[in-house]
Write a protein that binds this ligand. Structure first.
Ligand SMILES: [NH3+][C@H]1C[C@H](O)[C@@H](O)[C@@H]1CO
Length: 625
């Protein structure tokens, strides 16, 4: 196939074209958010239940129980862990936390631990507690002593640093707090708001896990959609995500039952998201809750006002100057300067509640755009179905489909009317080989991890996003992250356990496109709409180059001859970065590097001759003078 490349760009590649969709779907707690202790503050649990002790266990003859403390550490955290030492105790007594399905012990790290304690009944005792990192088989990697003062009947926070003396061979390790039983007989001590942090990405306080954050940053993302997805919406109005519950001291954050079946600590809150965006160089695409929750309830129009106000307050917190109420709150939390914000997403997937969105959009958009005319608002129903007023300038399209669908819909946006509307392809992924059961199990075709069929299908679709980037301003694969020990949705772009990050074939696909996006689109001979090989050509300003992306979605190699535009001064060689594997090849925890990009030199003349291997994603870089 010969592909003639035009010298005249048709449209710029928006700087926002590639980014990330985030929500806590085992992606925040136990994932990107670096807190190592699970159920660290006994949030949203019923006292005196076994479930309240999730991830905690007693050590020695101690008994532990989650109690509703009569004088709680804060109104947000009513529960405490109560340790009772039997009168006959001897040896170590206390409790441990297993982390998020394990704790990585790294001897190069300094861990920061903290907790609150108080004695419900004053005691003359001043027992020494040992705070430690121990293997489940009893090896102590790090330990520090903290005296617990029996006269302390009100809450006192203590801090220790832990420096392991060795790397643990695996993640079967616990955080532990113990007393010497013999010297603590009969004592009762209450504890609250534990925390154990490793070093964080860019050293940010209350920040992100370095290895996961690094994998995400290495995609060169330009935006970060937050806080969801379904996890914005709540199973009910009462359990929706509320920005104001996620900012301020951790001890004041109540947490919430997330929409993926587990409690969110909200330690990763709005301010942490915004600092994260800055640390990586992304702009937020920030969602506001818009009156619909996943139980199917839409608020009636006459009840929207307080929620519109809460959304306005959320925006004020982000961009208000310090003379505003919530700009001042932000300043009081250490950040006087407003954050960068352009895009607001109004709700999530409101095609599930299109009829109420007619008034919900009208009122949320109407109020918020009047207050913040400089912001861009994104609607989440199907484009122009139903008709919304005022007419949205932007829509968020989502699609979960088969590899074949993606390869067959590379021209999805070519047929879109050019009427001033621009589109956010906010969630897309090849998730199953079974078109008639997309959301089924692995047994019926669901992908547990992306495969090369999935990734080349996505890449074919992405060449279409670049060709139509005059109306597509942003695109992101979803979901972004999963903890393989507790998964809510597959496949995901990046997977991890307590020790290791696994980059999928779709991760490398996203990375190849995002890192090599170029600045303007160069039209070229169109691929066949119903073909199997797809390409996109862009020009990059600095360093000056022509970038040719190719996806081959079938097993037979594709011989391509790219005719460089006349008048450009290409050198005699370029590079090819190629991700290639068999149809079902996949990077998994057992085969983490089955398919990784390789780079090699290609010869360049008036043409670039390239044979795209079967099931491959390629980026050809042709430097131009
Ligand atoms: N059902 C998907 C659509 C929703 O917006 C996300 O939360 C889910 C996983 O990406």
């Amino acid at each position: 196939t010969t592909v003639a490349i035009s010298a005249t760009a048709s449209h710029p590649i928006p700087t926002t074209l590639y980014g990330q969709m985030f929500e806590d779907i085992n992606s925040g707690d136990g994932g990107l958010y670096a807190e190592l202790l699970q159920n660290r503050a006994f949030q949203q649990v019923a006292p005196n239940t076994t479930a309240a002790l999730n991830a905690w266990h007693a050590i020695g003859s101690a008994t532990i129980n989650v109690v509703a403390d009569p004088t709680p550490v804060s109104s947000a955290l009513p529960n405490a862990l109560q340790l009772r030492v039997p009168s006959s105790a001897s040896g170590a007594v206390g409790f441990g936390n297993e982390g998020y399905w394990g704790i990585k012990v790294d001897s190069t790290w300094t861990y920061n631990a903290s907790f609150y304690y108080r004695f419900p009944a004053a005691s003359a005792q001043k027992p020494t507690s040992t705070v430690s990192l121990v293997s489940s088989s009893g090896d102590t990697y790090a330990a520090a002593s903290v005296t617990l003062d029996g006269s302390q009947t009100t809450w006192k926070q203590v801090f220790v640093t832990l420096k392991p003396n060795a790397n643990a061979p695996n993640t079967a390790n616990n955080f532990a707090v113990t007393l010497d039983g013999a010297s603590a007989r009969g004592l009762t001590v209450n504890f609250a708001m534990f925390s154990l942090f490793p070093p964080t990405y860019k050293g940010r306080a209350n920040g992100m896990r370095i290895d996961v954050a690094t994998a995400l940053a290495e995609m060169n993302p330009s935006f970060f959609r937050l806080p969801g997805g379904n996890n914005l919406e709540g199973q009910s109005t009462a359990t929706r995500w509320q920005w104001n519950a996620t900012v301020g001291p951790l001890v004041d954050r109540p947490g919430r039952m997330g929409d993926w079946g587990y409690i969110n600590t909200d330690g990763l809150g709005l301010m942490e998201y915004l600092y994260w965006c800055e640390d990586v160089g992304m702009q937020p695409i920030m969602a506001v809750w818009a009156g619909y929750s996943l139980d199917g309830d839409s608020l009636p129009e006459n009840e929207l006002a307080p929620y519109i106000q809460q959304a306005a307050d959320q925006i004020e917190f982000v961009i208000g100057d310090t003379s505003t109420t919530y700009g001042a709150l932000r300043a009081s939390l250490g950040r006087a300067e407003p954050f960068n914000l352009t895009y607001i997403e109004v709700g999530n997937e409101d095609f599930f509640a299109s009829s109420s969105y007619i008034y919900r959009w009208r009122d949320f958009y109407g109020n918020l755009s009047a207050r913040y005319p400089q912001l861009q608002f994104i609607a989440t129903t199907y484009p122009f179905n139903p008709i919304l007023t005022p007419t949205p300038k932007h829509y968020d399209n989502h699609v979960y489909q088969t590899p074949h669908w993606f390869a067959s819909n590379s021209f999805f946006y070519d047929d879109y009317e050019r009427n001033g509307t621009t589109y956010f392809e906010g969630e897309y992924a090849s998730i199953s080989s079974n078109a008639s059961d997309l959301y089924g199990s692995a047994a019926t075709g669901r992908f547990l991890y992306p495969t090369m069929a999935a990734s080349t299908g996505e890449a074919a679709f992405m060449t279409g996003l670049e060709r139509n980037a005059d109306i597509v301003f942003a695109a992101s694969y979803a979901p972004l992250l999963q903890n393989i020990a507790s998964t809510q949705w597959t496949p995901d772009l990046v997977s991890y356990d307590a020790a290791t990050v696994y980059r999928s074939t779709s991760y490398y696909t996203q990375q190849l496109f995002s890192v090599n996006r170029g600045d303007e689109y160069l039209p070229s001979t169109l691929p066949a709409r119903n073909g199997t090989v797809f390409w996109s050509v862009t020009r990059r300003n600095s360093p000056s180059a022509i970038l040719i992306k190719v996806s081959n979605t079938v097993s037979t190699p594709a011989d391509l001859v790219f005719q460089l535009p006349l008048g450009i001064n290409a050198g005699s060689s370029g590079t090819a970065q190629v991700l290639q594997g068999s149809q079902n090849a996949s990077n998994t925890p057992s085969t983490p590097n089955a398919v990784t990009p390789v780079t090699f030199t290609i010869s360049v003349g008036r043409t670039v001759n390239y044979s795209a291997p079967g099931f491959s994603v390629s980026v050809l870089t042709v430097p131009i003078a």
